[in-house]
Design a protein around this ligand. Structure first.
Ligand code: SF4
Length: 149
């Protein structure tokens, strides 16, 4: 895989016409009381995000980027791939607890004629960032900013 480094290429998900949450589909939401109706809408939205990725000029670079830390491997749609597909590529366990939900998304995407993008098998990255590490960095950055002000 080769990174696409054309500086004119823009990520389609950055288009303000799209809600960035489309790329982080959740099976349910405590804010949304619609239950199954919400899930159906969320499923359609996720498939739409996968479809948009399929036409994005940065798709391959995006998949590579997503494999660089645990957070991006485990959460969200990147380059039209789901976490379970990226986890498979580095032989990592599923920590997202949404495997069946992702399966529904992938089945619906397949029905819509969208194929699973290629994700190269690879070693787990040496510098995996855990959510705990990230949280502690954010906390220390916040504490430093408080001391500076
Ligand atoms: S391929 Fe990546 S950059 Fe492009 S729309 Fe999808 S998530 Fe965004």
């Amino acid at each position: 895989m080769t990174r696409n480094l054309n500086p004119d290429d823009q990520p389609l998900c950055a288009d303000p016409a799209y809600d960035s949450e489309m790329w982080f589909p959740e099976p349910n939401s405590k804010e949304n009381p619609l239950g199954l109706r919400y899930q159906k809408a969320a499923l359609d939205t996720a498939v739409e995000a996968i479809k948009i990725c399929g036409t994005c000029p940065l798709q391959q670079a995006c998949i590579e980027y997503s494999m660089e830390s645990l957070e991006t491997v485990h959460y969200g749609i990147y380059g039209g791939t789901l976490p379970m597909e990226r986890q498979r590529a580095i032989n990592a366990g599923d920590v997202s607890n949404t495997h069946s939900w992702q399966g529904k998304i992938r089945r619906k995407a397949t029905e819509a004629g969208l194929t699973v993008p290629y994700v190269a098998k690879r070693e787990r990255p040496k510098l995996l960032v855990s959510l705990q590490e990230r949280a502690s960095w954010q906390l220390s950055a916040w504490e430093s900013s408080q001391q500076a002000s």
